[in-house]
Structures are given as C-alpha cells and as structure tokens.
Ligand binder design. Structure first.
Ligand SMILES: Cc1ncc(COP(=O)(O)O)c(C=O)c1O
Length: 370
C-alpha cells in the first residue's frame, strides 16, 4: 500500500509511472460480458439471488468443469461468492474455530493470514523454497501439523511466485490431509492463465477439497466482485448459512454477466489475452535474469515473477521505494507476502503492455547499473 500511495503521488506530480505492482489484468472486461451485465440491468435483474447463487450459474460452472477438465461436479456443491475473497472468508469461517489453525506457505497471498486472524483463528506460515516450487508439500505440512490444525491452503498457480504445484505434489498433500481428517483449500484463481504447462483442477483428485476460483483474473472481471467455490457435499449447508449471514447473496448483475463469461465464444477472446500474458512473461523473465535477478523457479502461470534481488540489496522494501522514486517503476516488495527471505525478493507483475514493460526494463537497468 505504501508503494501504491507513493506511485499515485508521483503520478499526480506528472511523473510517468510503470505499474508492475498491480495484480489485475490491464485489459478491460470483454465487451460481450459487459453487454450481458447491461442487459441484466435493463431487465431489472436487481434483486437478491439465493445465498449460494443463481441455479443457472451453478449449473454453468459444473458444465465448465466437465467441458474443460472432464470432471463431473454436482451443481449443488457450487457456491457463488463475492470474488475469491468471499470464498476464502467462507472456507476459513467454515473450517476453523477460535484458536484452531490453518497452514499456508510463506511467500503466499497476504490476505489469507489476515482473514484467519479476523476470525480469531491462527495462520501458520511455513517457509516454502524453490525446492517445493514455493509451494507446500506433504512433508512440510506433516512437520507443522498439530492437534489444532484443521486445514492447509495452497494456490496454484501461486501469487506471488507464478509457480504451479505439480499434480503429484498436490495428490500427496491431499492424501496426507485426508488421513489427518483436515481439509485442503486450493485457490485456483489463476486457472486459465497457465503457459507451457497443463492446466488442471484439484477436483480431478479429490471431492474433499475446497476449490476456490474467481472471475477476476482469467475472465478479466476484477471489479465485478464475483467468484466461486466447490465445497465438499457435507459442507454445503454450513457454507449456505455463513453466506446468508455474511454476504446475503453474491452480486446479481455480475452473476448474469458471468454466465456469458463462461461461454465458449468468450473463451476465444480470453485465451488470446492469455497468449498475450505469455508473450509478456517470455520477454520479462529473461530480461530480468540478464539484469542480475535470480528467478529460481520458472513461473508458468498467473502474471507474476518472483525475483531474488539479493545482488542489489538486502532490504528489498527500501530498494523498491528507491526504484520508484528514482525511475518511476513500481514493484511489490517481498515483505507483502511473508517474512521468509522477504528482504531479498520482490514481485514483478506483467499486467502492462509489452511496450511499457520494455520501457520499464530500461528504467530498471539504469537503476541497477547506476
Ligand atoms: C491468490 C489470490 N487469491 C484470491 C485473490 C482475491 O481475488 P478476487 O477476490 O478478486 O477474486 C487474489 C487477488 O489478487 C489472489 O491473488
């Protein structure tokens, strides 16, 4: 937030800012999705829906899994949520009581630990290194699992590292957690934004996981605040009651727009955007390596590169502030994602055009060679 505020201030002073700190697609929502939202408004679809979401959309999501991954899901297990953020809150509220804990990776998505804390539960951050693709694995989870552990959370592809969890690693993790009567929460929000690797869903391996997804990233609908979660059958009732109390219902207009987002015609446009993200990654990754950043695991998804900047600093927070002030390039310091080696890392988001990324790399070069 400090970096964002400073970037805004510099921008207001007329300075050109290269936004590599932003975790959302730069593309606007696809026109067909916007039209569907406008139609819903014009047809006065402005009332509450059921707390678990429109039956039509829950069916469409079940069909989406069948079409894309050949995985059959009972639509009753599909819960529509206000973004993946809403799903994360519901999952943690459902699984953890006061004083219980959830295991997650450091580095990892920062809101998860805060959501657990708000619910008076504990988030135990486990240092994850390049060896496990910056992801949890069964051995790491086994080491930290205790009597009060109820769940573990992973995201694949991950924020901030863009790394995928190999299927075998996920299956072993699932097995360990099921044997210990816990639940695995798998955040698949960056599904669809996967490059030169096979995209998969944890639903192919287990019916006991909570699988979270969103229309924010691949579907380009961040501001519509709409996502979903597939929950184990025995948890649907509890999730329904929590959703009724916390959110009442997910946004109605966005649910109608989401129906269009899932259509095969829309996917053609979204896949073209995914290909553009890949082009950007293919430019930025070697460019950063050439400048001296170390990127231990090739990111194969999302739109992030998690880079070791140890060659330049042992205090990445001050370093990114200086980079912003001197060259107008905004990136996110490692401290945002945890504490493990955070001072030696920063995250570059390629949510800008290739042209702007090229200019930003020139600026970064001037900074590191100064
Ligand atoms: C890993 C991860 N999960 C969840 C979210 C929340 O996304 P939303 O609530 O927009 O769906 C984000 C947003 O950046 C994220 O990176």
């Amino acid at each position: 937030m400090d970096i964002l505020a400073q970037a805004k201030k510099l921008s207001q002073q007329g300075k050109t800012i290269y936004h590599m700190e932003i975790g959302e697609p730069d593309f606007p929502t696809a026109e067909s999705i916007i039209d569907a939202g406008i139609d819903a408004l014009k047809q006065c679809k402005t009332h509450y829906t059921p707390a678990l979401g429109l039956a039509e959309l829950r069916d469409a999501i079940a069909e989406y899994y069948e079409r894309k991954f050949s995985v059959k899901i009972d639509p009753q297990r599909v819960v529509i949520t206000p973004g993946a953020s809403g799903a994360l809150q519901l999952a943690i509220a459902c699984l953890l009581d006061v004083g219980e804990n959830v295991l997650l990776s450091d580095p990892g998505y920062p809101c998860n630990r805060n959501i657990a804390e708000v619910l008076a539960a504990e988030a135990i951050a486990i240092p994850a290194t390049a060896e496990s693709y910056y992801q949890l694995n069964a051995a790491l989870v086994a080491k930290h699992w205790n009597k009060k552990t109820k769940a573990a959370m992973v995201a694949t592809p991950s924020n901030p590292t863009g790394t995928l969890m190999p299927e075998k690693q996920l299956i072993e993790l699932c097995q360990f957690i099921e044997q210990n009567e816990g639940r695995l929460i798998v955040d698949e929000i960056y599904q669809g934004l996967v490059y030169d690797a096979v995209d998969y869903t944890a639903l192919a391996f287990s019916d006991n996981c909570f699988v979270i997804n969103s229309f924010s990233k691949y579907f380009g609908m961040t501001g519509w605040r709409i996502g979903w979660m597939i929950v184990p059958e025995d948890c649907v009732g509890a999730i329904d009651r929590i959703a009724q109390n916390i959110f009442l219902a997910p946004p109605t207009i966005s649910q109608y727009a989401a129906l269009t987002a899932l259509k095969e015609e829309t996917q053609i446009e979204l896949n073209a955007r995914r290909d553009e993200f890949k082009r950007r990654r293919d430019f930025l990754l070697p460019a950063l390596e050439q400048l001296g950043f170390e990127i231990a695991v090739k990111p194969q998804g999302a739109f992030y590169i998690y880079a070791n900047c140890e060659r330049f600093t042992d205090d990445s927070f001050s370093w990114v502030k200086q980079l912003l002030n001197e060259q107008g390039v905004a990136v996110t310091p490692g401290i945002d994602f945890g504490t493990h080696l955070a001072n030696k890392h920063c995250r570059f988001a390629y949510t800008q055009s290739l042209e702007l990324l090229e200019q930003a790399v020139d600026k970064i070069e001037s900074f590191v060679r100064r």
